[in-house]
Design a protein around this ligand. Structure first.
Ligand code: AMP
Ligand code: ZN
Length: 486
């Protein structure tokens, strides 16, 4: 049976004590992207934050089952069950199959996540792959009396639920308060109450993504997929449920209501919310028109930017702020992060060449302890980074012959830096990656030449087009093939 063992606020536990917990499993569910457009930098902040948590729990010895869904149906334009499905709308405009839109942006999202060095989740389930589970969940909620059907749609009855449960539990708000701050139902509205939300929505004839159900052709409400999929892969109760803070008042509040209504349990022990990436103090959001893409940052191709920044600079910039604080984007902040990241990696590179002395003037065990303490204190990455800078200061001082370090402390320093920079913060040396690139490109170009020689033009075209899609241009001439990066 699954147990809830996640105890990050029990700061007194050592790494060994954490590992001794039996079984050391953690279930973590994070609301994933809606794949109707490219993930913007704000979305990336949320996923980098949960990547840090995933990495640290793994380091502590937990077996983490990290589930991050892909929303490929059911997310309407408006939060109050109005407007078109975002993916269907995009597909109509582009004259594509909705699943072509889904494929394009899912692939793009995974690419960006990889470039930002976030680890893939353990399971990445899709809403369209779990329609049966969602229909079953609607049936259960109906059977428990917390939902009602009107003309082929099914709605959750919030006021009835709130008679025995606390609907506003997540953000600590009373129902009256929520009702007073919600606009009245329109005359055409099928809902019984202002806060009621759709579990299943009847599809209009022009709607592209629809499935048969006991209530007719329709599609699931957006909140339903996360209840159904977290339940399927992590059980009725698991350890962490995460997402951006903007999901708290509606999406996560409704998710809890669905789970409690169907099985009587709040699905997660810890609800963790990342704060927003802002631009001039305003949340970065596609609908507000102030969002930009990670690719634009990597290429510098946006008028808001003074220059391009590398993926690891972007990651470092994000991790320098605690996940629960807002983070404002600016060129100055990016430039400061670039310098900081370089300073850290320059010291990291010096580590291997350091010479140990017979005695030590530094005690690295204390420093290592402070790193664990920082992360045990609600994953405090800025404090951890400050400790990494302290480690860099020691490295530079030893390198300059100003401080002595013995063999044991030097080995602990290497272990600590490697563990926290590479494994936990997920930073990597970009210089090394760039050094390898020409060799990798030569290898691929040779493969393509071989394919051409064998008249296998399908493969040679596939290689050229594939490279083009990820920003590498091949140029053929009499002298051979050269490449450049867009
Ligand atoms: P969406 O694709 O809009 O559902 O968003 C995917 C994830 O990104 C959700 O967890 C959102 O809460 C999160 N998110 C959206 N905008 C921002 C932002 N400006 N800063 C941080 N996270 C965000
Ligand atoms: Zn969700």
């Amino acid at each position: 049976m699954k147990q809830n063992l996640f105890v990050y606020n029990t700061l007194s536990r050592t790494k060994e004590e954490f590992k001794a917990l039996n079984p050391p499993h953690v279930g973590m569910y994070v609301c994933g992207p809606t794949v109707y457009s490219d993930a913007h930098l704000g979305n990336c902040r949320t996923y980098i934050s949960f990547d840090l948590i995933f990495r640290y729990l793994t380091l502590l010895g937990y077996k983490v089952r990290y589930v991050r869904n892909i929303t490929d149906a059911g997310h309407l334009e408006g939060d109050a069950d109005e407007g078109e499905d975002k993916i269907s709308k995009k597909a109509k405009i582009a004259q594509l199959e909705p699943m072509e839109i889904v494929q394009k942006y899912t692939v793009g999202f995974r690419d960006v996540m990889r470039i930002l060095n976030t680890l893939p989740p353990s399971i990445e389930p899709t809403a369209t792959g779990h329609i049966i589970e969602q229909i079953e969940l609607v049936k259960e909620i109906l059977a428990k009396g917390y939902a009602y059907e009107v003309e082929g749609s099914v709605y959750f009855d919030v006021e009835k639920y709130n008679k025995t449960q606390d609907y506003g539990i997540l953000n600590g708000r009373h129902l009256e308060d929520l009702l007073n701050n919600t606009r009245n139902l329109g005359g055409q509205d099928e809902k019984h109450g202002k806060l009621d939300f759709a579990l299943w929505i009847k599809a209009k004839p022009e709607h592209l993504m629809k499935w048969p159900s006991p209530w007719g052709l329709g599609f699931p409400g957006w909140h339903l997929e996360c209840s159904a999929m977290s339940n399927k892969y992590l059980g009725e109760q698991f350890d962490i449920h995460g997402g951006g803070i903007d999901l708290m008042p509606t999406h996560h509040t409704n998710e809890i209501a669905q789970n409690v209504a169907s099985c009587g349990k709040n699905p997660a022990t810890y609800w963790m919310h990342t704060n927003m990436l802002t631009v001039n103090g305003t949340k970065m959001s596609k609908s507000l028109g102030n969002s930009f893409l990670p690719e634009e940052l990597f290429t510098g191709n946006n008028s808001i930017l003074n220059k391009a920044y590398s993926p690891m600079t972007v990651r470092f910039f994000m991790l320098q702020t605690h996940y629960r604080s807002t983070l404002d984007f600016s060129n100055d902040a990016m430039e400061a992060s670039e310098k900081g990241f370089r300073r850290l990696m320059t010291a990291f590179e010096l580590l291997d060449g350091l010479k140990a002395s017979a005695t030590s003037e530094v005690d690295i065990a204390l420093l290592q302890n402070r790193c664990y303490e920082a992360m045990n204190d609600d994953f405090n990455s800025p404090v951890l980074i400050a400790e990494m800078f302290e480690a860099s200061r020691i490295i530079n001082s030893v390198n300059d012959g100003k401080t002595r370090i013995d063999e044991a402390n030097l080995s602990l320093l290497k272990e600590t830096m490697h563990t926290f920079i590479i494994d936990v913060l997920g930073l990597k040396d970009e210089k090394a990656a760039n050094d390898e690139l020409p060799k990798v490109m030569d290898f691929i170009i040779n493969l393509r030449s071989e394919a051409k020689t064998n008249r296998d033009y399908a493969t040679s075209d596939k290689i050229r087009i594939g490279l083009q899609e990820i920003g590498f241009q091949l140029k053929d001439s009499k002298e051979g093939t050269t490449w450049n990066k867009a």
